[in-house]
Design a protein around this ligand. Structure first.
Ligand code: PLP
Length: 455
């Protein structure tokens, strides 16, 4: 038995994998990844793949950045672990907070709280906002507004904000007061004959009606990903974000940008809120903050929230929230080095420079049969496959064609993510022009082979 065969057997015998059909997995076993190099990963048989989803939308600097290894080793040698509870601190945490506030470049975002993941960051904002509103003597202001198809993570709180059926079904979620509004995806949820501007208007009217019907005094915050990624790479219609921001200001509702995927350059700007021209009160980040070399999440917020929370912590004697790994020194040291690399190599500029080539070349795939929509911005894009292009009718068994395309992708050495029958691409920010051409060529091949098998 080869090593990879015995590992596969052990894996099937001992693991429960996230986002996996466990019974199907027992039959197929894992695809074991062994090593990485730039935008490529290699499986245990030595086969090379272009990692065109950057792992889980997260590996900005590619899979072999030695500077992150050095940063981690140096910190491991000096102070491998410490916490920042009860007045303690350490240099990488302090420097990273300063750096994040500098990058955020918005007076509303002057404070940082650390977590280990995006889910924990979004859980933290729920508690932060509830703690704040209790402190301000408005305990009824607790409900969140989110959107159908949103992805904010999977913990009890963050999973409640998520608007995808498989994250709620049989998990007894949502478990917090949340209203999911219409998904702002014009192609799928625009009504026949409705212009994009009319669609935006309808979404804003729906949001305002919901606020008025529930009572503005009960609505704490609106949370959204600037571009909804895990829901299928769904771009907001023109004018959506400024309209949502205006509603939040009008009714004293906090605006939360979940930048776990869009943060640090994915859209060709440092943050998605800069791309879409709005100014959030709270921002959550993770993933590209360390290129996922280490687990780390963070919440950015401003003095108004800070002051209410600080006063209440003084009254109670503590702010009773935080993780053993909050501001982990190795993770924060790796984040600092990763952000330095992004800055030095101008990877945000690279995304801005290559986005036209990436989007234009991929949008040509819309000419193929069964391709309903190709959509994207910056270095994130999706190809949605449909049974009928004219009517946009989905396939009768959702996800079957998408899974087939993903399998063919593996055969062709291209890793992307299938979300139902939508195929998502999100390459590392270090990607080059030539590599984009190769991604598009492989995607073309994958689609041609997939389409040939659709009956
Ligand atoms: N928010 C967004 C926008 C995400 O895409 C994700 C993960 O994909 C999360 C939150 C959850 O992050 P994590 O998986 O680190 O808990």
């Amino acid at each position: 038995m080869t090593l990879s065969n015995s590992l596969a057997t052990m894996d099937v015998a001992t693991s429960l994998h996230p986002y996996t059909d466990a019974r199907a997995f027992e039959a197929t076993g894992p695809l074991i990844m062994d090593r990485g190099d730039g935008i490529y990963v290699y499986d245990s048989s030595g086969k090379q793949y272009i990692e065109a989803l950057a792992g889980l939308w997260s590996v900005a600097v590619g899979f072999s950045e030695k500077r992150l290894l050095s940063a981690a080793m140096q910190q491991m040698e000096k102070l491998p672990y410490y916490h920042i509870f009860a007045g303690k601190s350490h240099e990488p945490s302090i420097r990273l907070s300063d750096k994040l506030v500098e990058i955020a470049d918005d007076q509303r975002l002057s404070r940082v709280f650390y977590t280990n993941s995006g889910s924990e960051a979004n859980d933290t904002i729920i508690k932060l906002v509830w703690f704040m509103n209790n402190a301000l003597g408005r305990p009824q202001k607790k409900t969140f507004l989110a959107r159908n198809k949103a992805y904010h993570g999977i913990t009890i709180g963050a999973g409640s904000l998520t608007g995808l059926p498989n994250n709620h079904r049989d998990f007894d979620l949502p478990a917090i007061p949340v209203v999911h509004l219409t998904c702002p995806h014009y192609y799928r949820f625009g009504i026949d004959g409705e212009s994009e501007a009319e669609f935006t208007q309808r979404l804003l009217v729906e949001a305002e009606h919901t606020i008025l019907q529930k009572g503005p005094e009960t609505i704490a915050a609106f949370i959204g990903e600037p571009v909804m990624a895990a829901g299928g790479v769904l771009l907001p219609p023109e004018g959506y974000w400024p309209g949502i921001e205006a509603l939040c200001r009008k009714y004293d509702i906090l605006l939360v940008a979940d930048e776990v995927i869009t943060g640090f350059g994915r859209l060709g700007t440092s943050f998605g809120y800069k791309k879409f021209g709005f100014s959030p009160d709270i921002v959550t980040v993770s993933k590209q903050i360390t290129s996922s070399y280490m687990p780390l999440g963070a919440v950015l917020f401003g003095e108004r929230i800070y002051n209410a929370v600080a006063d209440n912590s003084h009254k109670i004697g503590t702010f009773g929230h935080g993780y053993t790994g909050s501001a982990h020194p190795v993770a924060t040291a790796v984040a600092l080095e990763n952000l330095k690399i992004i800055e030095e190599r101008d990877l945000i500029g690279n995304a801005a420079k290559l986005q036209d080539q990436f989007q234009d070349r991929l949008s040509q795939l819309a000419e193929l049969p069964f391709v309903g929509e190709v959509r994207g911005v910056g270095l994130i894009c999706a190809v949605e496959l449909v049974a009928d292009k004219a009517s946009k009718r989905p396939f009768s068994k959702p996800g079957r064609v998408g899974t087939l395309a993903m399998q063919i992708g593996h055969e062709q050495g291209l890793i992307f993510r299938s979300i139902g029958d939508t195929l998502a691409l999100c390459p590392p920010l270090i990607v080059t022009e030539d590599q984009i051409s190769e991604i598009v060529a492989r995607m073309h091949r994958v689609l041609t082979l997939t389409v040939a098998q659709i009956k």
